[in-house]
Design a protein around this ligand. Structure first.
Ligand SMILES: NC(=O)c1ccc[n+]([C@@H]2O[C@H](COP(=O)([O-])OP(=O)(O)OC[C@H]3O[C@@H](n4cnc5c(N)ncnc54)[C@H](OP(=O)(O)O)[C@@H]3O)[C@@H](O)[C@H]2O)c1
Length: 297
């Protein structure tokens, strides 16, 4: 069967969400008598991290969220990083703490994330927040998986019963999206770098929904795709010619036209990640001010 694949417009879904959030933030800020405030921690000089932080600061500013970025030198030790997090935990004017990853090699992200007050953990990466996903009652959800769930919802793709392959098992994307989809009654298989390639291909060939989050350009081939599958590409890879591509071979998948829907890179999952960081910040703010959140998931 050849058909036209629908290109999922993550940018539009993110903009719609930000529009709603802006309205909500005005209301909540009026009620609280103050604005939500996000603290971002950047350690070292990673250029990609600086670009991501600039996007986050811009989105915060557009929505009426104050933000402050703490830039620490690359040779910061664990104790100093932990102390900064502790100070931000205790600072009542700060509602969300975002530790920009990756950290320089001498620092442990696990130890640092553990220091963050789970109620201010707007990246949703503290074991407490990840654990809540396991219970089926999440609070602050990691931003990229959260964005993927919203994208599916926005296009009326119900994961219930869908045979699903998640490629990648990181704490940031693969594991939480697999868990969220399981909670939404999808039948999920997780694949990773130690999976046998033949097993991976066989599983993808049978999947109604494929989430690729590995960081390998054009890894998922058009000929692996089942008729009518939904393809969500999380990967961001820069080729030698400067072009950005995902983990799924977008161009050939479009040409083959077997997929029902596919996300582009850029303009797919990426904008949703930033929008959900804003959502988590507002949610954390509301909970800290009033003990509950009116934000529906
Ligand atoms: N769009 C966004 O907003 C957004 C947000 C976050 C990340 N990303 C992008 O998404 C990609 C993944 O990010 P991440 O943080 O999850 O990366 P990560 O922590 O490096 O994890 C990559 C995962 O992919 C698996 N993997 C690597 N090569 C593989 C292969 N050939 N076959 C099967 N599995 C393979 C790894 O397996 P092992 O566990 O066995 O090593 C690992 O589980 C990156 O391109 C990143 O830039 C995008």
């Amino acid at each position: 069967m050849t058909q036209e694949s629908l290109i999922l417009n993550g940018k539009k879904v993110a903009n719609d969400l930000k529009h709603c959030l802006k309205h909500k933030i005005t209301q909540i800020s009026e009620k609280a008598g103050k604005k939500p405030k996000l603290a971002v921690i950047l350690v070292g000089d990673n250029n990609a991290s600086k670009v991501y932080i600039a996007h986050k600061e811009k989105a915060a500013q557009e929505l009426g969220i104050s933000s402050i970025t703490h830039c620490l030198p690359a040779d910061t030790d664990q104790k100093d990083l932990n102390n900064l997090i502790k100070t931000l935990n205790e600072d009542e004017t700060i509602n969300g703490i975002l530790l920009q990853l990756p950290l320089p090699a001498n620092l442990s992200p696990d130890i640092a994330i553990l220091q963050i007050n789970p109620l201010k953990d707007v990246d949703g990466l503290h074991p407490f927040n990840l654990g809540l996903i396991m219970t089926g009652k999440p609070n602050l959800i990691p931003c990229t998986p959260f964005g993927i769930m919203r994208l599916l919802q926005a296009y009326n793709f119900n994961p219930k019963g869908l045979k699903t392959t998640v490629i990648g098992r990181s704490r940031l994307v693969g594991k939480p999206i697999a868990e969220l989809l399981t909670n939404a009654s999808a039948t999920v298989t997780i694949m990773h770098s130690k999976s046998r390639l033949n097993d991976l291909i066989d599983t993808v060939k049978q999947s109604d929904l494929v989430i690729a989050a590995i960081g390998q350009p054009n890894f998922v081939k058009a000929e692996w795709i089942k008729d009518g599958a939904i393809l969500i590409d999380v990967g961001i890879n820069r080729l030698d010619d400067g072009k950005l591509v995902g983990d799924i071979d977008f161009e050939n998948c479009l040409k083959e036209g077997k997929a029902k829907a596919i996300t582009p890179v850029p303009g797919g999952v990426g904008p949703l990640t930033v929008a959900h960081l804003m959502l988590n910040t507002v949610k954390a703010f509301e909970i800290q001010c009033f003990g509950y959140s009116s934000i529906e998931l």
